[in-house]
Design a protein around this ligand. Sequence first.
Ligand SMILES: *[C@@H]1O[C@H](CO)[C@@H](O)[C@H](O)[C@H]1NC(C)=O
Ligand SMILES: *[C@@H]1O[C@H](CO)[C@@H](O)[C@H](O)[C@H]1NC(C)=O
Ligand SMILES: *[C@@H]1O[C@H](CO)[C@@H](O)[C@H](O)[C@H]1NC(C)=O
Ligand SMILES: *[C@@H]1O[C@H](CO)[C@@H](O)[C@H](O)[C@H]1NC(C)=O
Length: 534
Amino acid sequence: MVWFTCFAVVGGLMAVVAARPVVRGYGTSGMVYDHFDMEASPELKWLPCFDERQATCALLQVPLDYANPNAGTTNIAFTKWTSYNESTQDILFNPGGPGIGGIGYVNNELQAEYILEVLGSDYNLISFDPRGVNRSGPALSCFPGELARHRPNYTEMAMTAPLSESYMASKAYDEFCTKANAETEAKYAGTVAVTQDMAHFIDLNHAQKGLEGKALLNYYGVSYGTTLGQTFAALFPDRVGRMILASNMDSAEYYTGAYQSSISDTDAAFRSFFEYCHKGGPEQCAFYGNSTTPEEMETRYLAALRSLRESPLIVAEPSDPLLKQPEIITETAVMQWAFRATYEPLTMFPKLARGFAAIENGDGAAFARVVREYPPIQPPKDVFKLIVCIDAHTNYPIKTFQDFLGTREAYIKESHYGGPTVALANLMNCAGVNITPPQSQQFPGFPAAGTQTLTPILFVNNLRDPITPLVSAHKSSARFPGSVVLAQDATGHGASGSRCIDDYTLAYMADASLPPKDTTCQPDVVPFMTISKQ
Ligand SMILES: *[C@@H]1O[C@H](CO)[C@@H](O)[C@H](O)[C@H]1NC(C)=O
Ligand SMILES: *[C@@H]1O[C@H](CO)[C@@H](O)[C@H](O)[C@H]1NC(C)=O
Ligand SMILES: *[C@@H]1O[C@H](CO)[C@@H](O)[C@H](O)[C@H]1NC(C)=O
Ligand SMILES: *[C@@H]1O[C@H](CO)[C@@H](O)[C@H](O)[C@H]1NC(C)=O
C-alpha cells in the first residue's frame, strides 16, 4: 500500500454516481467515444461525443510555448456538457491532482448534472485534461519512449525500508527521470502553461460565439484546482468572471514543492473520527466498543497501532478471492490508509471503524478486506511528480538526506497523524528532479500587495480538511483583496454537500454576490448519522 499525497477530491463531490463505461472508437454515426480518436485542430471544433445528448468534445492544438512558436504544438482535450437552458456561458472545471483529468472525472450526464446543479442552469460545464494529463499532451513519464518497456521490471522500494534507503531510492528515480526527460516536451507541462491554455481557450470560445468585449473565465477548481485558479487569477486578474475555489492550497507554498502547512488541520480531521463515532453510537460505529468518551477511543486506537509496531498482523488467506497473496499489516500501512480515509468521512469513517476494530481484534484479514473495498483515485505517479517538481523547479528546499530528516521532524510536529505519511510522500517527491520550464512558463509569485481581480473570488473550505486546511483558504484570500472565505463545519477534503454551501454558490454564480464575511455553514449530513451501518 503506497499512497502518495495528492490534492484531489476523491468522490466527495459525486460518490453516489456510477460511471458508465466509455467505449473506445468511432461509432457509425460519427460519434466520438474518445478524444484519442479525434483530429486535433487549432480552432475549436466541437463534435458530439460519448453517446450523450448533452456532450460535445474538442481536441485543441495549442503551442507548447506561447512565447516560442518554434517549440512545436501539443493537444488539449475538452468536453462540454450543455446545460438544459442552452445558455451562452461556460464554466471550466478542474478536480485536482495535479494529474487527475477532468474528462474522466466527469464522464457521463449524471455527473455533469450533479455539478451543474450547484452552479446554476446559466452555465455549461467544460471539463478538460490539463497539459500532461491523460488525453492531453505532452506525455509525462519517467520512462519515456523506448524506456517504457523497462518499467515493468522496475520495482519500487517499499515505504517501510530504512529512511536513508527510501530517500536515496527516490533520488535515484528522480535523477533517472530528469535525464530521461532531457529531450522530451515534459518541461512545457507546468501549471502556468495550463493557465495560458485556459486563457487561449476562452478567447477562441468567445470569438466562436461571436461575443463582444473581453473573454472572461468562469472557473470551478477543487484542491490542486485551487492552485490552478489562483495562478490564473494572479496572471490574468482582469479576466476573472466567476471563480469558486474549494479546498484550498497555499499556492505560494505549493510552488516550493514542499507543503508543510497543508497538514495543519490533519489532527483535527483525524480526531473528529472519534467524536463522530462516539456521537453515532455502537449501532453505527463498529469501533465504539465500551468507550465512554472520544478520548478513550483514541487511546484504544493508539494502543492497537502500537501493538502492530512490535508485531505486524499476518494475512494468509489463499481461499479469499480478495486476498490471493500473503501480506502483513504494519503500523505504517494503517496510518497511511487512515490518513487517506479522512479525505472522505461520509463513506470512509464507517470503514475506518471496521478496520480499527479488526486491528484491535488482531484480525489482519478483516482489515485487509476493508482496505480493498474502496481503492482511492490516484493520479499516475510520474504525472504528479513531474508537474509538482516542474512547478517547484529550483525552489525545492530539500537537497540532502539531512534536510529531509529535519523537515520530516517539522512535519511530524505539525501533525501526529498525517506528518509521517505526508513527509514520506511529499519530501521525497522532488528529491532529484531538476527540470526547468521555459521563462514564459515560470510563475513569478504572488504580488505582496495583493491582486485585484475583476470579480472577487469565492473561497470555500471545510474547517477540518486533512490536506488543504482552512488557514490556506485565508492566506489565499488575503492575496486577492475583495475575496471571501466561506467555511463549512465539516471534516474532509472537498467542501460540498450542504444546502447552505449550494445556496451561496448559486447566488455567487448568478450575480457575483458573496456571503457575509466569516460565514460558516453546517453540513446536511455527518458521518455515522445518516449512512446506515455498512
Ligand atoms: C483517464 O481517463 C480514463 C477514462 O475516462 C479514466 O478512467 C481515468 O480515471 C483517467 N485517469 C486520470 C488520471 O484522470
Ligand atoms: C436560463 O438562462 C437565462 C439567461 O441567463 C435566465 O434568465 C433564465 O432564468 C434561465 N432559465 C432557467 C429555467 O433557469
Ligand atoms: C523485463 O522483463 C521482460 C519480461 O519479463 C523481459 O522479457 C525483459 O528482457 C526484461 N528487460 C530487462 C531490461 O531486464
Ligand atoms: C472494554 O473492552 C476492552 C476490550 O474489548 C476490555 O479489555 C475491557 O475489559 C472492557 N472494559 C470494560 C470496563 O468493560
